[in-house]
Design a protein around this ligand. Structure first.
Ligand code: KG4
Ligand code: ZN
Length: 336
């Protein structure tokens, strides 16, 4: 089944054509346009600006994704219906609805978070198998930090996560107080790589790490960095503090995910979301999963951040579980 998928929840405008079934998804085309560079000068996403950029990008991005593809071979249009920024979401949703109408194709609504998880079903040269169930999933994005349990490939139950800020939001805010550019994740990762061993900074808290539960918190950690950033810090110290912050987030995620693994005894661990691109976090989770004998799945970096291939993958995987309404939005669901 070939699907044209559209993603526009935040500051990325993306379209992709994918093909597959529960045995795995292949990406035929995937285009992502980002307005992140524009938001850099404001230090974070400005929703109104993001929505305007969505309008500019959506048609060229869809056109690029369907280039050379026979429209008759597309079975359905899939779109992220939320969670996300309302102005941005509407652009992708209305485009998908219009295409579904003019091409007479069904419209599949996809939850953006389940799409992040579904990125683990995308096959390529380095991803040749799909996750065995049951699985524990860790979604780490700009707006969410959630632990989910999947008993099978089409069900997802929330079992834990952050009580306050998302890990990605903490990366973005910490970067801002340290004077590093938006988006914070990549700039903190870069700083962590450049950090010199001999530069010492105070150890940051690992929030809730000693509590034997699946609750996380990142706002205190963020505040701890902000407090230190008020002092006169040299460039070397800023970079060292960025690394210490990255390590604190990694250790927290590793510990809480390991508790979930002990509790639910999954066969696979699935990592997803923009923060899953982080090298230190990937390595920490990989080592923990190995020590517990669980197979770990992490999408290729380009499928960690927002993209439409993952939306197509979710449509393929969860098709029976999401409502396929033909231009008939359900009240109370997503943005409508
Ligand atoms: O999944 P995503 O692209 O969008 C949402 O659904 O929120 O996640 C965006 C988040 C941002 O907070 C960004 O700073 C973070 O992912 N991020 C990273 C890295 N790349 C992006 N965080 C840590 N390390 C990275 N390399
Ligand atoms: Zn996302």
């Amino acid at each position: 089944m070939k699907i044209l998928a559209i993603e526009s929840t935040c500051d990325e405008t993306a379209a992709a054509v994918v093909e597959g079934d529960s045995g795995g998804v292949r990406v035929i085309s995937s285009t992502v346009a980002s307005s992140a560079d524009i938001h850099t000068k404001y230090g974070g996403v400005v929703p109104e600006v993001a929505a305007r950029e969505q309008i500019k990008a959506i048609i060229p991005v869809v056109n690029e994704a369907i280039l050379g593809i026979d429209i008759d071979s597309i079975e359905a249009i899939a779109v992220s219906y939320g969670p996300g920024l309302i102005g941005s979401l509407l652009i992708g949703i209305e485009t998908a609805r219009t295409l579904a109408y003019v091409w007479s194709k069904p419209l599949i609504k996809v939850n953006h978070l389940s799409a992040h998880i579904a990125a683990n079903w995308i096959l390529d040269e380095s991803h040749v198998s799909t996750p065995a169930m049951p699985a524990v999933g860790l979604i780490i994005s700009g707006g969410h930090t959630d632990l989910v349990v999947m008993k099978d490939a089409s069900s997802m139950e929330w079992v834990g996560g952050t009580m306050d800020d998302a890990a990605g939001e903490a990366f973005d805010k910490v970067a801002r107080v340290l004077g590093l550019p938006y988006p914070g994740g990549p700039s903190i990762q870069k700083a962590a790589e450049d950090s010199l061993e001999q530069v010492k900074v105070p150890k940051l808290p690992r929030p809730m790490i000693h509590e034997n539960n699946l609750k996380m918190s990142f706002s205190g950690l963020k505040a701890a960095v902000a407090k230190l950033a008020n002092e006169e810090l040299g460039d070397d110290q800023i970079i060292a503090l960025a690394k210490e912050f990255n390590l604190a987030v990694m250790e927290t995620l590793v510990k809480k995910t390991s508790i979930a693994i002990e509790k639910y005894q999954p066969r696979s661990l699935l990592i997803a979301g923009g923060v899953a691109a982080n090298k230190i976090i990937r390595q920490g989770l990989q080592e923990m999963a190995m020590s517990k004998g669980v197979d770990i799945y992490m999408p290729e970096i380009k499928y960690c951040g927002d993209n439409a291939a993952m939306v197509g993958a979710a449509a393929v995987l969860f098709r029976d579980k999401v409502s396929i309404d033909y231009l008939r939005p359900e009240p109370g669901l997503g943005v409508y």
